[in-house]
Design a protein around this ligand. Structure first.
Ligand SMILES: [Ca+2]
Ligand SMILES: [Ca+2]
Length: 225
């Protein structure tokens, strides 16, 4: 009797493992035979990692309460958050798929009555980087913020943007300047505060920009003019 029980358990186990093996084999066969259209469907079918969206905090409307500003990266085809990376192994294909996805880089915040603001509708980008609270640069209540568009290209040429929230709760660009993505962030090309921007006071800032003569130079501007 005991032997019979042992044998039937053994048989059940073998049958179960056979079923598992055949499932695995099917899965492999499916993967091996998908055509490019099915594969594309699989890529866009994966869950969206919104963990790669950036956020910063600060008092951007100057009411004394700390606010949070979030990055949003949507496909204008669906109006929903979408993938920053469409193909992590093939750079050229990633570029094509990104453009075809018609993405928009935007920001939104916890600030009452401040609308979602579009940073760019240019399709060849994967959101932003260097997203930071710059403090109150123009001496008008409220912190300013900085960002750089993460262009999906092979160029190091880019621009640094400074935004402020106006009194009527609208985001607007105060200033921008050209940068070189690799050279500008080398230690010797940053100010002593490890930033591209240094506040002088009375709305005046100094900034490190990439010049036409291919070197990092220091500029100075009045944000209130
Ligand atoms: Ca606030
Ligand atoms: Ca300000």
């Amino acid at each position: 009797m005991k032997n019979n029980v042992t044998i039937s358990i053994l048989v059940t186990c073998i049958l179960c493992s056979c079923r598992n093996i055949s499932k695995e084999t099917n899965k492999e066969t499916n993967n091996g035979t998908v055509d490019s259209t099915t594969r594309r469907g699989t890529v866009t079918g994966r869950p969206i990692n919104t963990g790669d969206r950036l956020k910063i905090s600060g008092d951007f409307d100057g009411d004394g309460i700390i606010d949070t500003v979030y990055e949003s990266y949507i496909s204008s085809l669906t109006g929903r958050e979408t993938y920053k990376t469409m193909d992590s192994t093939d750079i050229e294909r990633n570029m094509e798929l990104t453009i075809a996805n018609k993405p928009e880089a935007r920001i939104y915040s916890t600030i009452n009555l401040a609308d979602t603001f579009t940073l760019t509708k240019e399709a060849q980008q994967s959101g932003i980087f260097g997203f930071e609270n710059l403090g109150d640069l123009n001496n008008e209540k409220g912190d300013e913020l900085g960002y750089i568009i993460d262009w999906t290209d092979f160029s190091n040429m880019n621009s640094y943007h400074i935004l402020t929230l106006s009194k009527d709760k609208k985001w607007k660009e105060l200033f921008n300047f050209p940068i070189n993505e690799s050279v500008n962030f080398e230690d010797e090309n940053l100010f002593k505060n490890k930033s591209l921007i240094l506040k002088e006071g009375n709305g005046i800032i100094k900034y490190k920009f990439y010049s036409d003569t291919a070197s990092v130079e220091e500029g100075r501007t009045n944000l209130n003019k």
